[in-house]
Design a protein around this ligand. Structure first.
Ligand code: GLN
Ligand code: ZN
Length: 762
């Protein structure tokens, strides 16, 4: 009989109870015992919900006190040496120390979990002597059974994925590490087997990325070892986020179940299934409900998909489940009160997805007629959204079709417009600037809240923002910066600000998802055709420009960043969404230019985040991302200078695309990975204007002049001095005013020294 399952459930709680408990504990407002009690409540609540909805195989050990990768590391006693840990159960203070840093020791690095916006703590293997400190999956299994009578499915990150995501060892030491970890994993599994566990889910999402013959040997070794050690335990090898590479090797591994993503990896996995079939002795865990998107599934389409799958796998070997953990979607759409009905009706967050999975399973068991009503209701909800005015803005669709067919290029190539721009702007050698935002003091945030609540009227708020602009324009002049900004005081968030002013966006009240640790984000939803309605940034920028003779840069968030930091509709390609955004933002660029703003920065810090997992798909994504950026910026005059900004450091593999964006000036974060980036410029020459961040804005420390001059000198060894700009790493909104002013003064002084030195050399 067909059964249902999910891969994991969000841990944050419908009202972010989890986040609140963690933060209260960190602030010393909650005893450790109280934290354990509160988190247990939350955990049991989530299990109960899945039980009541009727999920047959409920995941346990998907819950965490911070992050599941960190859990795996500490379960195996892998703690960086700087935390003075000497074995045994890892205390909570050490656990949170690794995640967040302590007075004595820096936190471990954090990085993106595959292509999601979830960030995990990178395990550091150097110097670690792994040992099993506690069997977490076993404890989770027992708890669910004792408290709720649930026969849970423990979830564990698989050895190959765990090692590949870790750092602090050489490639040649990989096999040695497998030998060290294998006995520990085995002990965990043996204890589960002894306890009577039926299924264990071993996550190996790394298998959807490229892996090689040596990895296949490793997989064989690992899973044969398990097969021999725990013959009575059913092992589910779970993959997600894409189709697997080397399907036939994977389904031949000695495991009892294989989990495949039939949403994000649909075409690849379905094709492989058709070509190679599915082994008769295994269970297929079919991820048919999108675990990452927020939209209702078309039950009709899903039924057809399940029908197709059942040609290859009989009912008693088929499990219907989400495509990945529900960690990546908000908890429930039920609480939303402010969304238009056609949008609300088409949403499915975690809880609604549980219902979908249960319904589809019911249909697979008792026939489609058993859910006929629900299918109809679902299709009609989806239809309503499809037919809504928001999704049918003909003028946008037509305009985007027209400009999408054009090749967006500036009138003149860079070398020529650079001359025109130099003539117009007369900037000194190594112009100095900032990335856009200035400190958002408690006062600024409070003013914005008062205005949002209606306690301040428009006029009062605008006057307040203008005062801030006055203050900071004067400061920038006094510090001696060459290109100024207005400071972004009117913005809480660089995506939300534009989303609220463009048509096609919606904002939920409770749609939070975990980004890392206790940090949650509430992404906007792009649910309709995106349209420009009225100028969004012109007033503030124009005002700032009226206060000074130096150029003020207009400041926009780029199309790809807006898209990558939002939940987006799934009825049209992401490429099309990007072009709609580009078309809307282009109108803002033009409005700024018409208002006399001659430098316009279009920030794209999130381009890299959208990079597809499959290498084969990356070039295409980068191509249309570059095109969207150019579409946004290509219509300006030759003398109008287009800037862009990117954070994050892994640029070496996309420098060509960055260059192809054809921005007159780019500012990039580099101070945390300076050597690496400089190195990539040794190999690739960059021919446009570029500013390398000369100091790290993520710390309140005021960097010294010398530090920055040496940074500048090193950069000038590989970059053309005539194209070189000097700026901090990123926006300054999280910094204090005092340290910002001191740091910028030092930066300007470092620039003066660099200019003098350069004059002596030539
Ligand atoms: N202009 C934005 C700022 O300065 C850029 C932020 C970012 O790169 N994330 O805040
Ligand atoms: Zn940045």
């Amino acid at each position: 009989m067909v059964k249902s399952s999910v891969l994991g459930y969000p841990r944050i709680g419908a009202n972010r109870e989890w986040k609140k408990a963690l933060e209260a504990f960190w602030a010393g407002k909650l005893e450790e015992s109280e934290l354990h009690a509160q988190l247990q409540d939350i955990r049991l609540n989530h299990l109960r919900k899945q039980q009541e909805k009727g999920i047959s195989l409920i995941p346990v050990n998907d819950f965490s006190y911070y992050d599941q990768v960190l859990d795996t590391a500490t379960m195996f006693g892998i703690v960086p040496q700087r935390f003075a840990y000497s074995g045994g159960a890892v205390p909570l203070s050490v656990y949170y120390g690794i995640a967040r840093g302590t007075k004595e020791a820096a936190a471990s690095e954090m990085t993106k979990w595959f292509n999601t916006n979830y960030h995990y703590i990178v395990p550091e293997l150097d110097g670690a002597t792994p040992a099993l400190t506690e069997n977490k999956p076993l404890a989770a299994y027992r708890e669910a059974k004792e408290k709720l009578g649930i026969e849970g499915k423990p979830v564990i990150i698989g050895p190959l994925t765990f090692l590949k995501l870790s750092k602090g060892y050489k490639q040649s030491e990989m096999d040695g590490w497998i030998d060290k970890l294998l006995p520990l994993y085995t002990q965990v599994l043996q204890e589960l087997e002894r306890e009577g566990v039926q299924w264990v889910q071993i996550d190996e999402p790394i298998l959807v990325t490229k892996w090689d013959a040596a990895d296949l040997q490793r997989l064989n070794k690992i899973y044969s070892h398990f097969a021999a050690a725990v013959p009575g335990l059913n092992v589910l090898l779970q993959t997600y986020f894409e189709s697997v590479e080397q399907y036939s090797d994977i389904v031949s591994l000695p495991v009892q179940g294989v989990g495949l993503d039939f949403v994000h990896g649909l075409s690849g996995n379905a094709a492989a299934l058709k070509q190679f079939g599915f082994p008769e002795n295994k269970v297929l865990f079919a991820g048919v409900v999108d675990g990452r998107g927020i939209w209702k599934a078309s039950l009709r389409e899903k039924l057809a998909l399940i029908e197709e799958l059942s040609e290859f796998v009989p009912a008693d070997r088929l499990i219907i489940q989400s495509s990945c953990s529900l960690l990546h979607v908000p908890v429930t759409a039920g609480q939303e009160q402010k969304l238009v009905p056609e949008l609300k009706g088409a949403l499915a967050f975690a809880d609604e997805k549980l219902d979908e999975i249960v319904l589809l399973t019911k249909a697979a068991v008792s026939g489609e007629a058993s859910i006929a009503q629900e299918v109809e209701a679902c299709e009609s909800a989806l239809d309503q959204l499809r037919q809504s005015a928001a999704r049918n803005r003909k003028e946008v669709q037509q305009a985007v079709a027209v400009i999408g067919a054009q090749n967006p290029v500036r009138n003149l190539p860079f070398a020529e417009r650079h001359i025109a721009q130099q003539n117009k702007w007369n900037l000194p050698l190594f112009p100095t600037t900032t990335i856009g935002s200035f400190p958002q003091s408690a006062e600024v945030r409070k003013a914005r809240q008062q205005w949002r609540k209606g306690e301040w009227d428009e006029e009062k708020y605008e006057a307040y923002i203008r005062e801030q602009i006055d203050l900071w324009v004067e400061l920038q002049e006094e510090i001696g910066l060459d290109v100024l900004v207005h400071g972004e005081f009117e913005r809480t968030d660089m995506v939300e600000f534009f989303g609220e002013k463009l048509a096609g966006f919606a904002f939920t009240q409770f749609g939070w998802v975990q980004s890392y640790g206790s940090r949650c984000v509430k992404p906007p939803i792009i649910y309709g055709d995106v349209a420009f309605e009225a100028a969004m940034t012109v007033e503030e920028t124009k005002y700032a420009q009226s206060l000074t003779n130096r150029p003020v840069k207009g400041m926009l968030t780029g199309p790809i960043t807006i898209m990558n930091w939002s939940f987006v509709r799934d009825d049209i390609a992401r490429e099309q969404i990007a072009y709609q955004l580009a078309y809307a933002l282009r109108q803002e660029v033009e409005a700024l230019e018409q208002a006399g703003i001659g430098m316009i920065q279009v920030d794209e810090p999130a381009v890299r985040e959208g990079l597809p997992l499959k290498e084969n798909d990356q070039a295409e994504y980068l191509d249309w991302s570059v095109k969207a950026f150019r579409m946004t910026t290509c219509t300006v005059q030759d003398t109008t200078q287009i800037h862009t900004h990117m954070c994050y450091c892994e640029f070496h593999d996309m420098i060509d695309s960055i260059e192809a964006m054809d921005a007159d000036v780019i500012s990039i974060e580099t101070s945390r990975s300076h050597g690496e980036l400089i190195h990539s410029f040794e190999e690739n020459t960059y021919k446009l204007g570029i500013g390398l961040g000369v100091y790290d804005i993520h710390s309140p420390r005021v960097p010294g002049v010398e530090e920055m001059t040496s940074m500048i000198e090193r950069a000038l060894r590989v970059l053309d001095p005539k194209l070189f700009w000097i700026n901090p790493d990123c926006g300054l909104k999280t910094r204090g005013a005092e340290e910002t002013i001191a740091s910028l003064r030092n930066m300007v002084e470092a620039t003066r020294i660099a200019r003098n030195q350069h004059a002596l050399q030539v």
